[in-house]
Design a protein around this ligand. Structure first.
Ligand code: TYM
Length: 326
């Protein structure tokens, strides 16, 4: 059975980019793969953060992932810091990572530019992500386009370690969804929808009430002209709306474009489709959120099973790289 693994960093509120980029793809195929889903709380420490908020969001993300369909009988749902082997393998992988290749990561360049004091962990973040992936013999990593380069690094590190020391790691592949790999911000559609956007106006959060979602869609920035066409370069705003509608309905964006006479009609359809997609997730979320102990129990069980898998992999990596067993 192929192993699929993905992660979500509790550094802001989950939005429909996260949903279509990674949550829906993992849920759709969780029955035919050994699936592992992480709330990657250690990654949230790489930027200035509020400790209480990271803790609260970790439980919120777990609850929301369950509400979005992650099935704990089919998947492992795990908080990254509950499995200390991630930081252990992280160090071993740092020993096969070049400083140059870490500093070439696009996200590092973008995020470090915005920081006054850059944390060292921001530079080594993709190596920790590689540890997340390589600990579990992962074959496929469903992610949005922004994480593709990090998965490429995990591939490179696995290949390098295997050829230099011993064939310990499975070489993973990134899997991007066909249309929603990069959902853009509705208020500035040349930038991606992001948890850390300076304004929430263009971000459709999974826990935004339906009227807020509708308002944000109806106020989305569109493009000059009046024709509805899917052309991300020439018409980024309209194309983003078509991509969202396509992700909600399963119909291709070019085909959808032919069905609308104008922008307002398109926005109305997008608002309806987003609310129809998100409303059942919100209903389940509010039910589950009343039982945090139940969610914590799922996380405890997930961590216990993950540790068994991870411990064996760390043992093999330590031996291969030259460490003497105790
Ligand atoms: P994160 O938390 O930023 O995002 C979670 C997932 O959502 C995808 N995504 C998007 N997809 C489409 N359109 C968007 N606008 C959009 N924004 C985000 C991301 O690509 C990602 O798949 N470093 C990772 C978490 C991580 C991880 C891992 C992922 C840690 N370890 C191991 C996979 C495997 C991150 O911060 O994603």
């Amino acid at each position: 059975m192929p192993r699929r693994l993905t992660g979500f960093t509790p550094s802001g509120d989950l939005h429909i980019g996260n949903y279509f980029g990674a949550i829906a793809p993992i849920v759709a195929r969780q029955a035919d793969a050994g699936t592992v889903v992480f709330i990657t709380d250690l990654h949230a420490l790489t930027l200035e953060h509020d400790p209480a908020l990271v803790r609260r969001r970790t439980l919120e993300f777990a609850t929301l992932l369950l509400a979005a369909g992650v099935d704990p009988t089919a998947c492992l749902l795990v908080v990254q810091s509950h499995v200390p082997e991630h930081t252990e393998l992280h160090y071993l992988l740092e020993c096969v990572t070049g400083y140059g290749e870490a500093s070439r990561m696009i996200q590092f360049k973008e995020k470090s530019r915005r920081q006054e004091r850059v944390r060292l962990s921001l530079l080594t973040y993709p190596v920790l992500m590689a540890a997340d992936i390589l600990l579990y013999d992962t074959d496929e990593v469903p992610v949005g386009e922004d994480q593709r380069q990090h998965v490429e690094l995990a591939r490179d590190l696995a290949q390098r370690f295997n050829s230099r020391y011993a064939p310990v790691f499975t070489v993973p592949t990134a899997v991007n969804p066909p249309v929603a790999a990069r959902i853009m911000d509705l208020a500035s559609p040349t930038g991606k929808m992001s948890k850390s956007a300076p304004s929430p106006a263009g971000v459709l959060r999974l826990l935004d009430p339906p009227d807020v979602l509708r308002r944000k869609v109806m106020r989305a920035v569109t493009d000059p002209g009046t024709t509805v066409a899917y052309d991300p370069d020439a018409k980024p705003g309209v194309s983003n709306l078509l991509a969202i509608l396509s992700a909600c309905t399963g119909t291709g964006p070019h085909e959808l474009a032919t069905g609308f006479g104008g922008y307002r009609e398109l926005k109305q359809a997008v608002a309806d489709a987003v609310v129809a997609t998100v409303a059942p997730v919100q209903r389940r979320y509010h039910d589950l959120a009343r039982h945090p102990e139940h969610v914590r129990e799922i996380l405890r069980a997930g961590a216990e099973r993950a540790r068994d898998l991870a411990a064996a992999k760390v043992r093999a990596a330590k031996e291969a790289i030259g460490l003497m067993p105790a």
